[in-house]
Design a binder for this molecule. Structure first.
Ligand SMILES: Cc1cc2nc3c(=O)[nH]c(=O)nc-3n(C[C@H](O)[C@H](O)[C@H](O)COP(=O)(O)OP(=O)(O)OC[C@H]3O[C@@H](n4cnc5c(N)ncnc54)[C@H](O)[C@@H]3O)c2cc1C
Length: 396
């Protein structure tokens, strides 16, 4: 069937955080957007997501935060502990401190609450459409525009924004050398009712417990009624290619935490059901852009979750892409290359620092003792200051 949609539209492949954030950023400029999403429907897989002030500041400007606030939990900070001894090591303060320092909150949300809020706001723009069950397969472009082949037919647009996530296939059409590498770590995620949490851990904080080759994170979501738990452990990956989240067997996970102190071990023992994610890294791409086609979000720059910034980077990408289009008379041929240049250094740094965090979290033996010694001596203010480069981000 011939495609009757207007051909001046921006095609977006993927309706995840990056695709929807980009839809809003372009919608605000009055640009027509057509999102193609492979999934039949959006599910609530993926549990919690932490959003730093760099991301919430942008969401506030877009009106997304208003829709999200009731379901979000404002984090008081991160309480860092040693998993083996249960000792408290350090505090990174958020709450009012983050609000005053960065002008925006640090929020803990369920991923589907974020997704729904993004979708609701995207739908307020008359030029926005989304097609489910539609998989982007390949593209060709000319000076006339971009032609995208999908499983439901061919579509034309003035530009294509690839937002198809970590497992992006379209990125290989931009950089054939792109190479995802398994990190040797699996993330296990679970959601429990808040009253199932051990009482000392029921406050609106992120708990971060460090251990040799494993760490544990937990924080409240869904307005405080649920708690999201993430356990990261060194493991082999079965190499499954049918999606990236699978059911996990708790009897396999629990022994990793056998020697941990009671409180964090109890957290790991509580959930009945877990899902697993293999964690991947990718060296920076040689290019994200080809004419009127560019990449955003995990498709462009997968980030390990140890700084909780993958979604935040996708939201920043969207805001910077729109700003760059504004500066270049809405011409994707002119704007996409400067967009890539504006983003490459920051996303590479975030990716690098996230990997470093993983190394620090998982130290054992003498290194662990040295790390704990340093952490115990760092004031909350000093720890927060080290994150200024991340949270002070402004779209210029
Ligand atoms: C364990 C874990 C914890 C995390 N915690 C945090 C956190 O606390 N804070 C944070 O900011 N980030 C976190 N992240 C990272 C964050 O989830 C990702 O960075 C973010 O989801 C990336 O968004 P995206 O839209 O680029 O990709 P995705 O969310 O993967 O979305 C891609 C979309 O594209 C669709 N798609 C794929 N292929 C095609 C195709 N060919 N055609 C059409 N559609 C297609 C998919 O169905 C999907 O809907 C975490 C990640 C993990 C694994």
């Amino acid at each position: 069937m011939p495609d009757s949609a207007p051909q001046n539209q921006f095609l977006i492949a993927g309706g995840g955080i990056a695709g929807l954030a980009t839809s809003i950023a372009l919608g605000r400029m009055g640009l027509p957007v057509r999102v193609l999403e492979r999934a039949e429907k959006f599910t609530d897989e993926g549990a919690g997501i932490q959003l730093g002030p760099n991301a919430t500041k942008i969401l506030e400007q877009w009106g997304v935060l208003d829709r999200l606030k009731k379901k979000a939990v404002s984090s008081e900070g991160i309480a860092i502990g040693d998993g083996l001894t249960g000792d408290h090591l350090a505090t990174v303060p958020f709450g009012q401190t983050a609000q005053e320092r960065y002008g925006a909150p640090f929020l803990l949300v369920h991923r589907s609450d974020l997704h729904n809020a993004l979708l609701d706001v995207a739908r307020t723009y008359s030029g926005f459409t989304i097609e489910m069950n539609t998989q982007a397969l390949s593209f060709v472009q000319s000076t006339e525009g971009v032609s995208l082949k999908t499983n439901t037919g061919e579509m034309k647009g003035r530009a294509l924004i690839i937002a198809d996530g970590l497992w992006s296939q379209l990125r290989y059409e931009i950089d054939r050398g792109a190479a995802l590498q398994f990190t040797g770590y699996m993330a296990w995620r679970a959601l429990i009712d808040a009253d199932e949490m051990p009482e000392p851990l029921q406050a609106p904080w992120t708990g971060l417990w460090l251990g040799k080759a494993a760490h544990l994170v937990h924080y409240p979501v869904c307005g405080g009624s649920k708690v999201n738990i993430v356990a990261v452990v060194a493991d082999r990956w079965g190499g499954r290619s049918d999606g990236w989240s699978h059911e996990g067997d708790r009897d396999f996970l629990i022994p990793y935490f056998d020697k941990w102190s009671d409180l964090p071990a109890q957290v790991v023992q509580t959930p009945k059901a877990w899902r697993t994610w293999p964690l991947f890294k990718m060296p920076p791409l040689r290019a994200w852009t080809q004419g009127a086609v560019t990449l955003v979000g995990d498709a462009a720059h997968p980030v390990l979750p140890f700084l909780a910034q993958g979604g935040g980077m996708a939201i920043e990408d969207a805001a910077v892409l729109a700003r760059t289009l504004e500066k270049h008379e809405e011409d994707p041929w002119q704007a996409f290359q400067p967009f890539e240049e504006a983003r490459i250094e920051r996303t590479a740094r975030t990716s690098f620092e996230s990997r470093q965090m993983g190394t620090i979290y998982h130290m054992g033996g003498l290194l662990r003792m040295a790390r704990n010694f340093v952490l115990r001596r760092r004031s909350p203010e000093a720890l927060l200051k080290r994150l200024d480069w991340l949270y002070e981000f402004q779209v210029d």
